[in-house]
Write a protein that binds this ligand. Structure first.
Ligand SMILES: [Zn+2]
Length: 461
């Protein structure tokens, strides 16, 4: 049955029945994510994060040897590919040996999706996940139930670092649409009773609804907020403009799925009145990092190893991910298109796993200059327009860049001047800059906000 058909039935249900439908869907998710092995994994992870550097190295080397062996013998793609490259798998015994292996790209995954599934599993027994396609290369990922349990245990360990307990009450700023776009009146939220959470319809956050949403938030309490920072910032900006306050702030706010810009973090923290932290992950489950209270990203070394490759003089390095967390579809030396800044000193929290400071600048989110340069991390210029609610850089021609802006009340010439100055500082003077003031900025089909969109074909560059 097509999803849209179910969705149409769901949208016609009354509020109370929609809550039951959302909860039943939540129950299904709960069964998949938190089945038998979840608690074992969580217990293991809470202990293993305090292991010594030597213990971590021994553990990772062992896991990598097993992974390569497994991949070569029961994942058809790796056997063929490594043979073509003349790889001798008996030589891969340590984390450092990984560099002897070729790098896996998204295009290769896309072309070889079936061959990347391990022979050990029936495809029908695996969980199917889709990546969002924000990169223009949507992928289908197959995952074992065991792996899904581990993934959620990694996620809850991260949350527990900030004093949250499993199943504490949460407000979710998600991409799923729990409410029809035609709905004009509150409630703009739906309850998932089985997972103790409320979905806020992020696409309904607007000048018209902000009072109702804040009244609701002030009538109840959530231990934590989680979800897309772009949606949180949208609500926070509207609250600020309307002089609205949260009377009972959550303990902590978890930003996930989107990169968290520095200025967004400040706005969310100040308006919602709670600290903000973040998690780095991906649908592929090819490598994850969880922040600690000291603000560093720690590699979740129990299921992955993350290499960083220097590209140029900037401190941002390209991340290459390897994970043994999903036996059904292992990712080995996977170039995901994310960047990070590796740190080489020990973290004050006492954990000895590898650390990174910032993660940002997806390779796909570049602006192409007339002389063919690809500029990443251009969304950093957004930090200089304080009075814009949302900004997106859009490029159709090499000679022109468009700032799509949802202006706040005080947006004016000064903001434009700062944007022009910061853009020019990074890109030079060759391009014309145009401003397009809009009521809202379209999200991608999965609901993800893209800070930079360039339609310049790679091959022309
Ligand atoms: Zn730390």
């Amino acid at each position: 049955m097509p999803d849209s058909f179910i969705e149409n039935i769901y949208y016609k249900l009354p509020y109370s029945l929609q809550n039951i439908a959302v909860s039943l869907y939540g129950l299904k998710l709960k069964k998949d994510r938190y089945s038998a092995r979840f608690s074992d994994h969580l217990e293991f992870l809470k202990e293993s994060e305090w292991k010594s550097r030597e213990q971590i190295e021994t553990y990772q080397n062992e896991k990598i040897t097993q992974l390569i062996h497994h991949a070569y013998h029961i994942v058809p793609f790796y056997k063929k590919w490594y043979d073509e490259h003349g790889v001798n798998i008996s030589q891969i015994k340590t984390v450092d040996d990984l560099q002897k292996l070729p790098v896996l790209t998204k295009e290769m995954v896309k072309k070889n999706q079936e061959e990347l599934i391990s022979n050990k599993f029936e495809k029908a027994s695996l969980k199917k996940q889709l990546t969002s396609g924000t990169t223009g290369t949507p992928l289908t990922i197959y995952q074992t139930k065991e792996s899904l349990n581990l993934q959620w245990a990694v996620f809850w360990r991260f949350r527990e670092r900030f004093g949250v307990k499993y199943n504490d009450r949460q407000l979710m700023f998600g991409a799923r649409l729990p409410i029809s776009q035609n709905q004009q009146n509150p409630p703009y939220w739906r309850h998932d009773y089985f997972n103790n959470r409320v979905y806020l319809s992020t696409s309904h956050i607007s000048q018209k609804t902000v009072h109702d949403i804040v009244d609701y938030l002030n009538s109840t309490y959530f231990v934590f907020f989680t979800g897309y920072p772009s949606a949180m910032v949208n609500l926070a900006n509207l609250m600020r403009e309307n002089d609205l306050k949260l009377l009972n702030p959550p303990k902590i706010i978890f930003s996930a799925s989107d990169a968290l810009l520095k200025n967004h973090k400040t706005i969310i923290r100040d308006v919602f009145g709670a600290p903000v932290t973040e998690f780095y992950g991906n649908v592929e489950f090819a490598g994850t990092m969880s922040k600690c209270k000291h603000g560093r990203f720690h590699v979740d070394y129990e299921h992955c190893h993350i290499e960083s490759q220097k590209l140029d003089d900037s401190e941002n390095q390209e991340l290459i991910l390897t994970s043994w967390g999903n036996e059904a579809m292992p990712f080995i030396r996977y170039r995901i298109g994310d960047y990070g800044i590796p740190l080489h000193s020990e973290c004050e929290c006492g954990r000895k796993s590898d650390t990174f400071s910032g993660i940002d600048g997806r390779t796909e989110d570049y602006v192409v200059t007339p002389d063919g340069r690809k500029l990443i991390g251009m969304n950093q210029v957004f930090e200089y327009a304080e009075n814009a609610l949302e900004i997106q850089l859009f490029q159709k021609e090499k000679e022109e860049i468009i700032f799509r802006i949802v202006p706040g009340k005080n947006f004016g010439e000064k903001d434009k001047e700062s944007l022009i100055r910061e853009f020019r500082r990074r890109a030079g003077d060759e391009m014309t800059i145009r401003f397009d003031l809009v009521d809202s900025i379209e999200k991608s089909s999965s609901g993800k906000f893209r800070a930079v969109i360039s339609e310049i074909d790679d091959s022309q560059v």
